[in-house]
Structures are given as structure tokens and as C-alpha cells.
Write a protein that binds this ligand. Structure first.
Ligand code: SF4
Ligand code: SF4
Length: 376
């Protein structure tokens, strides 16, 4: 396949922003940048136009749909229509989980994964999202747990430097509704003072916990992914053909309610990032690609990190936002390299050699790798 073909590889993630409305007001919401949030309440394309787009551009691909927003369940009608029309696709729901119990059982049973946003423990989650949200999310997920066809992944934006090991660990405790934990380091300037040292302290505890057992997997996606990538470097390359693992350079299509398509859901406010349109039925290759301006090629972490977040690197090194580079991107890269060093110190090869077959299988083939960025 040539580099100029719009989709690289055999998979496509169609991330449908069913609405840009949300029933919560999270203080750090990335859609707040450029005033995207709330700007498009209603979908402007219809299901026939979406079917024509799929027919024209996604023929022969393995397609999975992520329902995204705003809060996607606020437009349940579109979700159900898409599930009905595209029987062959896989489905994932990215949600704040406050309304998930309203989905019909038939829809819940078809979800391969639910990415439920939460910010760590009750204090932090309620601080960002509103009083009582943490308990409501856990209660709702426990209520629907048995009805969901696939897994539930806690999706944490790790913003608060006070977030401790216990708050993260309890999300994958035995009585938690979550099967996996995925976190991403927040993309704002919350890395000053002693906050780096405090985050490193928590990372060490998470990594120690990961390596404490090889008969049961500690289901924390960034740690699983880094260990997998270090031991089996081809796994880091195969799903994204050697490009960034967050899929923006190869096969992630974010469809706005207007039908406009962008590679990264955090860059919907930049017109030059548009790569297609459902109503106009066109698609081009993602404009969000690695560039020689980025420092990754000479970074010690590149073989397993593979560029982490292209949005961060693009803003810092291509658009040359110096403040963003020094306050956000460089601290995050430091944390990633720190994780790599700490993992190496615990001899991941020896750990894998001891691991049981189910642990090895999950580490290598966990389906959630296809749904999240893998790197934090
Ligand atoms: S740690 Fe940073 S510089 Fe290094 S490969 Fe990852 S994103 Fe690139
Ligand atoms: S990790 Fe990828 S999808 Fe997420 S914000 Fe960064 S570039 Fe966008």
C-alpha cells in the first residue's frame, strides 16, 4: 500500500462524535480548546451518507466504531441506527458512564469495550466532574457489567499531582467494575514544583505491583504495552505500521457531527487538520504525521514509545509552541523515559519467562490495545 492512500493498514477506527453536547462540565475537557465543546449539537449527515462513505473508502477494511462525544449516549438514536446498519463492525463506547444504564441491553451486549472516563479516586473525580459523580459511575457500571459484551476500561486523565497509587490501584481491584486501567498524562501545565517527583513515586509503585506476580496480569494498559513493546518490538509496530500507536497517523477517523473528519479528537479546531468529509464523501491521508522536527528518532524510548502523542509533538515542535513544549511535552517525555528505565530495572524478560500462558496471551494480544493510545 502506498503512503498516499488514506488508510494505512487493514483496520479503521471510525470515531463518531454523536454530539458535542455533554451533561458534565469537566474542568480540563480538551474539547474546550477552540470552543469545540457544545458547538455542534446535532448530526448533519444521515445514515445513507455514512454508508456511502464506508462503501467508497473503507471497503475490505476491518472497521470498528467508537461512539464518542461530547457524551455519546446523549444521541442514542444515532448509536442504535449505526449498530443496526453495520452488523459486521465492532463497537466501542467512550463515555462518562453517568447515563450508560439507559442503553438497551441489546446495545450493551454488542459493545466490545467501554472506555469509561474517571479521574482516579472519588475526591479527584468529583473535584473535576462534580459532586457524587465517582459513586454514580461505579454504581452504573456495576449495574450494567454483566450485560456488556466485552471489557470495561477505566480511562483516566492523570492531571492531579495528588493522585496516589491507591486511587489508581482501586480501579483494578477485585471488586471494581473495570477490567483494565488506561491513563494518559494530562496535556496541560500541571508538571511544576514537586509534582514530577510525586508522579514518579506513584509510577514506581504501579511498576512494582505489575512485576510482583507473573501468574496474574496487573491489567494496566500502559505498563502492559511498554513491557510488550520492549520484549516484542514488532508488536509495537504492527498495528500502526511503525507509526504512532495512537492511530492518528494511520487509521483513526474522527467524524464530527457536521461530517467533517479529523485525525485527532483534540485538534478539531484546526482547519488544516481536516482529512475528509462524510457529506462530501472524500478522504485523504492523515496530515498528522511524525516530522524530522520532532526529537523522537534520537530518543532512547523510541523503539517502544514510537512518538506517543502526535498532537503534543506537533504543537511543540512543528508549530513551535515553546511554552507547551517546556511545560507539557518535555515533562511527559521525561515520565515516559522514567517508566522505561524502571521497567528495565525489574528484568521484564525474566518476568515473562515465568509468566503463565494466560498472562502471556493477554500481554501480547489484549484487544484494548486497539482502542487506546497504549502509551500514556
Ligand atoms: S519519549 Fe517523547 S521524544 Fe521519546 S519517543 Fe516518546 S514522544 Fe518521542
Ligand atoms: S494521543 Fe493521539 S489521539 Fe490522543 S490527543 Fe494525542 S495525537 Fe490525539
Amino acid at each position: 500500500m502506498s503512503d498516499s492512500e488514506p488508510i494505512v493498514g487493514g483496520r479503521v477506527e471510525l470515531q463518531l462524535l454523536t454530539t458535542l453536547k455533554c451533561n458534565l462540565k469537566c474542568s480540563y475537557c480538551s474539547l474546550g480548546v477552540g470552543e469545540v465543546l457544545g458547538s455542534q449539537a446535532d448530526v448533519e449527515y444521515d445514515i445513507e451518507q455514512l454508508a456511502a462513505f464506508v462503501e467508497t473508502h473503507l471497503q475490505g477494511k476491518e472497521v470498528y466504531v467508537t461512539f464518542y462525544g461530547g457524551e455519546p449516549t446523549l444521541n442514542m438514536k444515532l448509536m442504535l441506527e449505526v449498530m443496526e446498519r453495520f452488523q459486521r463492525f465492532r463497537f466501542q463506547l467512550q463515555t462518562n458512564a453517568t447515563l450508560i444504564h439507559r442503553l438497551p441491553d441489546a446495545a450493551l451486549s454488542r459493545l466490545s469495550n467501554v472506555l469509561a472516563s474517571i479521574d482516579g479516586g472519588a475526591t479527584t473525580t468529583d473535584g473535576y466532574r462534580g459532586r457524587g459523580v465517582y459513586r454514580r459511575v461505579i454504581r452504573n457500571l456495576q449495574a450494567v457489567r454483566g450485560k456488556i459484551g466485552g471489557s470495561i476500561t477505566a480511562r483516566v486523565t492523570w492531571g492531579n499531582p495528588d493522585t496516589g497509587f491507591e486511587a489508581l490501584n482501586q480501579l483494578v481491584d477485585a471488586d471494581s467494575p473495570f477490567d483494565y486501567l488506561y491513563w494518559q498524562f494530562v496535556a496541560s501545565d500541571l508538571y511544576g514544583g514537586d509534582s514530577m517527583a510525586r508522579r514518579k513515586d506513584v509510577l514506581v509503585q504501579l511498576i512494582d505491583r505489575f512485576f510482583s506476580r507473573s501468574d496474574v496480569l496487573y491489567p494496566v494498559i500502559p505498563l502492559m504495552g511498554i513491557v510488550r513493546n520492549k520484549l516484542f518490538p514488532n508488536r509495537a509496530r504492527e498495528l500502526c505500521t511503525g507509526r504512532t500507536q495512537c492511530r492518528v497517523a494511520t487509521h483513526l477517523l474522527n467524524v464530527m457531527p457536521s461530517g467533517q473528519i479529523f485525525p485527532c479528537p483534540d485538534m478539531l479546531y484546526l482547519p488544516d487538520m481536516q482529512m475528509g468529509d462524510v457529506q462530501g464523501n472524500w478522504l485523504r491521508a492523515s496530515p498528522l504525521q511524525a516530522s524530522p522536527d520532532m526529537p523522537c528518532q534520537v530518543c532512547e524510548a523510541f523503539s517502544w514509545c514510537r512518538g506517543n502523542c502526535m498532537k503534543n509533538l506537533h504543537l511543540a515542535y512543528v508549530r513551535q509552541d515553546e511554552r507547551y513544549r517546556s511545560q507539557v511535552v518535555e515533562p511527559i517525555c521525561e515520565l515516559i523515559r522514567f517508566m522505561g528505565t524502571e521497567i528495565d530495572r525489574r528484568d521484564p524478560q525474566a518476568w515473562f519467562d515465568r509468566a503463565t500462558v494466560p498472562v502471556r496471551r493477554q500481554l501480547l494480544d489484549c484487544e484494548v490495545y486497539e482502542y487506546v493510545e497504549i502509551m500514556p
